[in-house]
Write a protein that binds this ligand. Structure first.
Ligand code: G3H
Length: 526
């Protein structure tokens, strides 16, 4: 085992004893859950104790709901009625405090979820950029609605208003970025929120509790710790949540939305699982394609909803592709997140290597071969990515979202095969298409855009840049996220209308001049 650099050593486990409710950091004295990293700190392998978190239940969950509801105050709360520029100021205050916590959070990202140092830094920086971009976008949204329009003798001042109480649940693979990509737009639009961090990547929220408390009026952000089943389910059952914002899998999303007694009142903002394919045509540039497929299948060990989870390679180039791709997989470096040049890192879920092994065994038993020498090799907290070929639809690795290091490959002679499979699939997020001939590519692009929501040409699939729409068809998503779209997903169009007559015109004139309303305002926010 290489030594752990001094600055990344765990000196003292973090005993996270506080939670945020009613604008107070309350002390938790009840049951606790220990948090372990799958990374060892000792020569002989043993998971590292990182600290512990409160194990909360229904009582605290309902208290957090009460806190969020009071802050919303049936639309009368300080936050939902606040002027946009004041809400922006609170958010600026938050992000300034957040930037001071970069080193602590990056270190915890590495230990808690095994993300490499450069990727952990990128996750933090990308999140800070996302917040600043959201602020700019909100200013723009407000500027564009700082006006009146008149139709058929009726004036209208149309803006976007909050929806109410948002329950926000993020995933372990981007415990900061994806969670904040939900939480930040929800907050800034005037909603009040309850947020429960993911199972892995939970201690890294600790350094931000103070900043949340200091930056927003009481009850706007409530932070709970515990299992989703124990805290999220009781909140949903009350029917008092207006938005369920979740990035995770459709099973948990369905289970939670089913708990809500009035589904018509619940808005869903969901980023769910996917099985993004790569389609590799006979004229694809193999160097570029292999590099993109390595990144697509294996960055962060394939633990990304946007990862390439199945590859379709044309019969004519199959042999060369399989040989070179397998060699490149075996040439990757495995190590701890802070090791130089590391590409493959420990898996945070202790049961993941065994699950991946099950997928490999099932595929091999049904006729697939492991093409790479290291494929399926076990480490204490890892399993080397197996390149599996030929994969068939009967295999679990074809059907299930592996969300980990294993690469199923199919070959095709007729392009209808991958197209049919995609049409039949339960998922519809993105595809990668590799090839050069525009006469072949064009009709394919025209079809693929109707099967998924992003066609990546000679590029791996990805969410970013975050200004682009991130969504999916079928079981892959509900609503659209991006800096621009998220502000719309977490708000509703609402407006003031009045007939064109002296009484109304004078009243509005007066109201604008005296700046009496926070909603009716034509101020240009700089
Ligand atoms: O887990 C899914 C993430 O949205 C993927 O984002 O493509 O930037 O890694 P990414």
């Amino acid at each position: 085992m290489k030594t752990i650099p001094e600055e990344f050593k765990i000196v003292q486990p973090i005993e996270q004893k506080e939670y945020l409710i009613h604008g107070e950091l309350r002390k938790w004295t009840g049951n606790r859950t220990e948090v372990y990293s799958s990374i060892s700190s000792t020569e002989n392998y043993a998971p590292t104790l990182l600290g512990s978190i409160p194990d909360m239940g229904e009582t605290e969950a309902l208290e957090a709901l009460d806190s969020a509801m009071k802050a919303y105050g049936r639309g009368q709360g300080v936050w939902p009625t606040m002027h946009v520029k004041d809400r922006i100021e609170c958010m600026e205050n938050f992000v300034e405090q957040m930037t001071t916590k970069r080193d602590e959070i990056v270190k915890l990202l590495m230990w808690e979820i095994g993300k490499s140092l450069p990727d952990s830094q990128k996750e933090f920086d990308r999140t800070v950029d996302y917040i600043y971009d959201t602020i700019e976008e909100y200013k723009d949204l407000d500027r564009n609605s700082a006006k009146f329009q008149k139709n058929d003798g009726v004036y209208a001042h149309i803006k976007r208003g909050p929806l109410g109480v948002v329950l926000c649940l993020g995933p372990y693979n981007y415990p900061l970025n994806e969670t904040f990509a939900l939480l930040i737009p929800a907050i800034i639009m005037g909603n009040t929120t309850i947020f429960k961090p993911a199972k892995h990547g939970v201690l890294l929220i600790t350094p931000l509790l103070e900043a949340f408390k200091n930056s927003f009026p009481k009850g706007v952000v409530n932070i709970l710790f515990g299992r989703g089943r124990a805290v999220a389910a009781p909140i949903m059952k009350t029917g008092k949540v207006d938005v369920l914002a979740l990035i995770g899998n459709s099973k948990s999303a369905n289970a939670l939305q089913d708990q809500h007694p009035k589904s018509n009142r619940l808005r869903l903002v969901l980023g769910l699982e996917a099985k993004n394919p790569a389609i590799i045509l006979p004229d694809a540039d193999l160097d570029l394609t292999i590099n993109e497929c390595i990144t697509g299948t294996l960055s962060f060990n394939g633990q990304r909803c946007t990862a390439l989870k199945v590859l379709y390679v044309h019969e004519d180039i199959k042999e060369e592709f399989l040989k070179r791709f397998s060699q490149q997989v075996d040439a990757l470096t495995f190590g701890n997140p802070w090791d130089d040049g590391v590409k493959l890192t420990p898996l945070p879920e202790p049961g993941k290597p065994a699950y991946i092994q099950e997928l490999i065994d099932d595929a091999v038993q049904k006729g697939a071969k492991i093409l790479n020498k290291k494929g399926g090799q076990h480490f204490d907290n890892y399993i080397w990515p197996a390149v599996l070929y030929p994969v068939t639809k009967e295999m679990r690795v074809y059907q299930e979202e592996q969300f980990g290091p294993v690469i199923p490959i199919l070959s095709f002679a007729d392009i209808e095969k991958p197209l049919d499979d995609m049409a039949e699939s339960n998922y519809g997020q993105q595809v990668s298409l590799f090839g050069k001939d525009v006469y072949t590519l064009s009709p394919l692009i025209d079809t693929l855009v109707n099967l998924v929501c992003r066609v990546n040409l000679n590029s791996s699939c990805q969410r970013g840049p975050d200004v682009y729409p991130f969504t999916g068809r079928k079981d892959s998503a509900q609503a659209t996220l991006s800096v621009h779209d998220a502000l719309r997903s977490f708000s509703i169009r609402t407006f003031v209308a009045f007939k064109d007559n002296e009484l109304n015109n004078e009243a509005i004139q007066q109201l604008l001049e005296a700046k009496l309303s926070n909603f009716v305002s034509t101020d240009y926010i700089l």
